[in-house]
Design a protein around this ligand. Structure first.
Ligand code: ZN
Length: 317
């Protein structure tokens, strides 16, 4: 059982151009995201940090100085927000998050994903205090990342399957016992995600709002139980292993999207609806070269055991 149950950030729906800030801002961003929205913002920036990697060594090197900052702003996607959560937690500063695409669930969670020893581990940091949603910005994001957060929702299909599979084999680790009502809620979130995929992928504000609702509910469901098994299984393990083999990062959706289809097939699940939703959200499904996919799959059972990942279909040949 978790000892702390985090809450979601407050979401403020407003244009970025209407943000009023007087405190000195430590801006954590990435160049393409900043270039897309800089002219809408008038923040009193005391230091700007561009994040290119998700490692503690990189973050520790980036966040030197800027001692006068009184608030951290994350402007961008998962990489920027994960680094911003780390520096805000370390310095005890409030964090405001301005997502430029609904590309991941990271702007709602209390941990940051880092690459360590060939895998992704989540270290406790802090959730943003406020997430500001500007439908105009989110709807105009590049198509392949605009609604890529759908991957952390469609992964419920394969993650829940693995959670139940591990339960049937009496392989769930302590603290991760299968809870039927949690899966029922997760499956309802999955259905809503499938339904909103087309509108969200188009950048339609109602579709993006539903996508945001689904991400928020998925994150809070995981907060309540203290782990992510309802949405993290074989498909994420494949993504972590493929990224390790590639030797460089790819957007989360480029890795998890194909992972969902591969995992669903291995689990004997129907893939058509999942694939339709991924395509509606413009998730690139063929960025990982075919030989890397094949080698990743061949090595996946060993990879899962080496990195001590909770039991799943990916642990088996
Ligand atoms: Zn994910």
């Amino acid at each position: 059982m978790p000892t702390t149950i985090p809450t979601l950030p407050i979401a403020q729906i407003m244009p970025f151009s209407a943000i009023e800030e007087e405190r000195p801002v430590l801006l954590v961003t990435s160049a393409p995201a900043w270039d897309a929205v800089a002219d809408r913002l008038h923040l009193p920036i005391t230091a700007r940090v561009d994040v290119t990697e998700a490692t503690l060594a990189h973050w520790d090197a980036l966040f030197q100085g800027a001692e006068d900052a009184a608030v951290v702003y994350a402007v961008g996607g998962g990489l920027a927000v994960d680094a911003a959560k780390y520096v805000a937690a370390n310095r005890g500063l409030p964090l405001i998050c301005l997502p430029t695409a609904l590309s991941v669930d990271a702007f709602l969670t209390t941990s940051s994903g880092i690459r360590r020893d060939g895998c992704v581990v989540y270290i406790p940091t802090k959730a943003p205090q406020t997430v500001i949603l500007d439908w105009g910005v989110l709807g105009a994001a590049p198509p392949s990342i605009r609604a890529a957060g759908i991957c952390d929702l469609l992964s419920i299909a394969t993650g829940c399957w693995d959670w139940r599979f591990a339960h049937e084999r009496v392989q769930n680790p302590p603290g991760m016992a299968y809870i039927p009502w949690v899966e029922e809620i997760a499956q309802a979130i999955l259905r809503a995600s499938l339904d909103c995929a087309e509108a969200a992928g188009r950048g339609d504000p109602d579709g993006l709002k539903t996508l945001y609702d689904c991400l928020a509910l998925e994150v809070q469901l995981c907060n309540q139980i203290g782990h992510s098994r309802p949405e993290e299984g074989s498909e994420h393990y494949f993504a972590y292993a493929a990224e390790d083999r590639l030797g460089h990062g790819l957007p989360h959706g480029d890795l998890v999207g194909p992972g969902i289809l591969i995992a669903a097939e291995r689990q004997g699940q129907e893939r058509a609806a999942l694939e339709r939703a991924l395509r509606a959200c413009h998730i690139p499904l063929h960025t990982i070269p075919a030989d890397v996919v094949a080698a990743t799959l061949a090595g996946l059972p060993d990879y899962c055991r080496t990195h001590n990942l909770p039991y799943s279909r990916a642990h088996e040949p």
